[in-house]
Design a protein around this ligand. Sequence first.
Ligand code: ATP
Length: 245
Amino acid sequence: MLTIRNLSVYYSNIQALQDVSLSVEEGEIATLIGANGAGKSTLLKTISRIHPLTRGDINFLGHDLTKLSAAQVVKAGISHAPEGRRIFPEMTVLENLEMGAYTKGSSFRNNLDRVYRIFPVLKERREQLGETLSGGEQQMLTIGRALMATPKLLLLDEPSMGLAPTLVRTIFDIIQQINREGTTVLLVEQNASMALSIAKTGYVIETGRVILKDTARNLILNPQVREAYLGKRATSLKQSKGARL
Ligand code: ATP
């Protein structure tokens, strides 16, 4: 569904991504794990054309995304729920959701109904200002707003950031539900253990480079990943089935 080849991205003269290649299959949850500053958010911003690329190819269902604007990427079927609950604080919940829909046509009502079904609290609070929501509710609004554009592929940037553990579980359950209902997900997370527990495929990114790609199952068993990202002591190397790139 999404294929990225040899992507290089800079901020002025600082290289944030170096020769990154990855792919996301239709229907799956793929996750990108890595430490602070590894380049995860930059990758999502580059896919959604918020940040320019210097080199590389990005293909999504036959579209060359490098030739599209950010708005055209949304129309092609990719929505981005950014890091840090970027809601509009002085707009109501409903107005925030309207901002995510690029049309007020017939799909608008269906999408709104779907968002309210997935996040009943957003329906209850639809007339409240965004700034009055709790952190978890703001995170739900960020994801809900992204769903309003009927994405085929949802880019999620750190949805668990700053949330209490019980809410983290809820958000991850909801991500699985959205995926089961037919939306492919590319999930960026520092909570590697939760991300790998729901993903099919995982990528590990370090200082702008993809250093490992494997099934999420194998990454969970990989001693390097266990030690660096899952807070567990490395066990037998024989358990590692991860292919070092
Ligand atoms: P985090 O989890 O902290 O968001 P990340 O893996 O998403 O980390 P990015 O935010 O993509 O990492 O940052 C990748 C690199 O690019 C880092 O070295 C970061 O300092 C740098 N960077 C990110 N945004 C900018 C910017 N606007 N200007 C300059 N450098 C930036």
